[in-house]
Ligand binder design. Sequence first.
Ligand code: NAD
Ligand code: ZN
Length: 358
Amino acid sequence: MFRNYKMVPRLVFGRGAFNQLGDILAEKRTADCSAMIFVVDDVFRDKPLADRLPVEPRDRLLWVNVDEEPKTGYVDHLTQLAREHTAAEGTLPAGVIGIGGGSAMDLAKAVSLMLTNPGSSADYQGWDLIKNPAVYHAAVPTLSGTGAEVSRTAVLTGPEKKLGLNSDYTVFDQLVLDPELIADVPVDQWFYTGMDCYIHCVESLNGDFCNPFSQACAEKAQDLCRKVFLEGGEQRDDDLMMASFLGGLSIAYSQVGVCHALSYGLSFVLGLHHGIGNCVVFDYLEEFYPEGVRDFRRMQERHGIELPRGLTADLDEAQVEKMIDVSMVMEPLWEHALGSDWKTIMTRDRARELFLRM
Ligand code: NAD
Ligand code: ZN
């Protein structure tokens, strides 16, 4: 069976495209349901972007903090605020707009889903557990690489697991891709999140589930990443934004691999963010992705990025075991990367040995 991939149906791309957001949302405001909920990364609270948000008097602006990656409890709290905002009119908000990096976009996706599905977001961590369509939801990325703008998941850490709300309803209804918005990302963060995209490409291409669709997207995205991180140039931000988009499309129709499987374990135990966690892990994966790691190191060197070392040195046995547990359950990733007999290749001992080097 081939996957029937649900795509984002509408997008605008271009420098200054953000100025169109107000007009785009106006079409979604109706007489009895006009209020929009803006879910915006609080890094912009005192920045010029705050004054450019097309927030109308009936809307609610929720500044969100993403120092920690999104948690189910936080999603439930934000959903409650959004619901209360229009409760007096007996309606739901007309839409939820996520503005920020992968974390803010995932929060917006999750809130839009939880407005129409009862209970806690923790009840829906998994695949296709969401029963009702979300309210209209749109995204404006301000950081590029995760591909969260095109994916069918909103990654959340819950009381028991870190797992996304994976469903066709999760996919955004609208994207506003404006490369001007990623111009001021600090270089370390720009590199870590950009490398998430680069690693998506390497992993998508090097595995059994790769196919001409995912190959076409990943090869272009990988070329763009090399151009961005090894050459730069005036079009750098436009290129990275497109790479993130194409890399996201590629993994949606293929799979990620060894780096993501291990990095989920590392991040779960150490609370490390996705982008930097991937970079830490990828540096040790030369045996699996020799060319990819070689180019990664060139890019790292060019931008003077120092990766943290010795992260697992002080972990106790239970923590290391947990790291291995979390990684090992990522079966489709291992199968894609190492084949159907992956369990004989990536034994718990081998995973342990890799983790202990980090
Ligand atoms: P992020 O959204 O966590 O943001 C990282 C930092 O960059 C934050 O401090 C944020 O405030 C800051 N930032 C964002 N935009 C900025 C800008 N324009 N200028 C200055 N600072 C800015 O980072 P990310 O790497 O984009 O996303 C990681 C998150 O995405 C994780 O929670 C991860 O689980 C999730 N993720 C989701 C998917 C998906 O398909 N849904 C895929 C990969 C990762
Ligand atoms: Zn990733």
